[in-house]
Design a protein around this ligand. Sequence first.
Ligand SMILES: NC(=O)c1ccc[n+]([C@@H]2O[C@H](COP(=O)([O-])OP(=O)(O)OC[C@H]3O[C@@H](n4cnc5c(N)ncnc54)[C@H](OP(=O)(O)O)[C@@H]3O)[C@@H](O)[C@H]2O)c1
Length: 285
Amino acid sequence: MSETALVLGAHGLLGTEVRKQFEACGFGVEAPDKREVDVTNDLDLHPYFLHTQASIVVNCAAYTKVDAAETERDAAFALNAGAAFNIARYCTWRGMKLIHLSTDFVFDGETDQPYRENDPTHPISVYGESKLHGETLVMDKFPKAIIVRTSWLFGTSGNCFPKTVMRAAKQGKPLHVVNDQIGSPTYAKDLAAAIVSLASASVEGGMYHVANAGRASWHDLAVECLNQAGIRAEVVPIATHEWPAAARRPRFSVLDCSKYASLGLKPMPDWRDAVARFVNEEADL
Ligand SMILES: NC(=O)c1ccc[n+]([C@@H]2O[C@H](COP(=O)([O-])OP(=O)(O)OC[C@H]3O[C@@H](n4cnc5c(N)ncnc54)[C@H](OP(=O)(O)O)[C@@H]3O)[C@@H](O)[C@H]2O)c1
């Protein structure tokens, strides 16, 4: 009989793709929404974990409003750290495989070398702090857990930067986009495939960086999306300080994914290839 995966946050940008990918690979899938299982509420989690048929848990549930987190610290920590810890606790108890999601925002970006898993962390936002605290609690409670750090997600199942840019360009709005932050744009669909591969393989627990190959600025990403979509629009490059935001972002947060690559699983494609597929898929929706 096929294994069953429990996807938490299964209706978000990444979770939706993870759910679909498990289904496509023949797994049973449990995908409760927030009303069925509020992961910050132990009165929901305990009975759910008591009865679940799942042997794999992928935790995509998160507080992801990076700017709002600056003033909603408790809510960010409750979800990104407290709930993450409880989920790890229940996975230990039930002997389940856990894949927990984290972020490039655990780094400060004061480098120009891609970050490896063991590089020192130093978040510069409340969101980053809360995710780092979640990583630490998960690892302490359940060293066999797999923690996947990823970056700059985009996809068809939620709001994301490429959609915002394409929508604004179609409406003829002026586009001013930051060109001095560099990262690894990552297609949720590609990451979901990598997560299902990690869940299926015999992989040692620990931290893994998983992102599409290559690097880009937000400006590069905007231009590539518009070119691929055949939308003609001027994209004016601006500096970070010209786009004030509540939370600071790392200047450079490219992830070195060689540890993931060394597992011999399907390699992550280049981000430009990912953008081309995303734009086609968006056009078909
Ligand atoms: N987006 C990025 O650029 C990015 C980059 C790096 C890492 N990550 C990490 O990747 C993971 C997935 O991110 P994402 O972009 O897919 O996030 P997302 O679209 O915001 O999805 C988060 C999901 O969590 C659910 N959720 C929120 N509060 C919950 C609660 N109390 N109980 C149960 N579920 C709850 C949300 O449900 P509702 O929609 O109903 O609130 C939503 O389905 C996160 O760990 C994030 O930190 C994201």
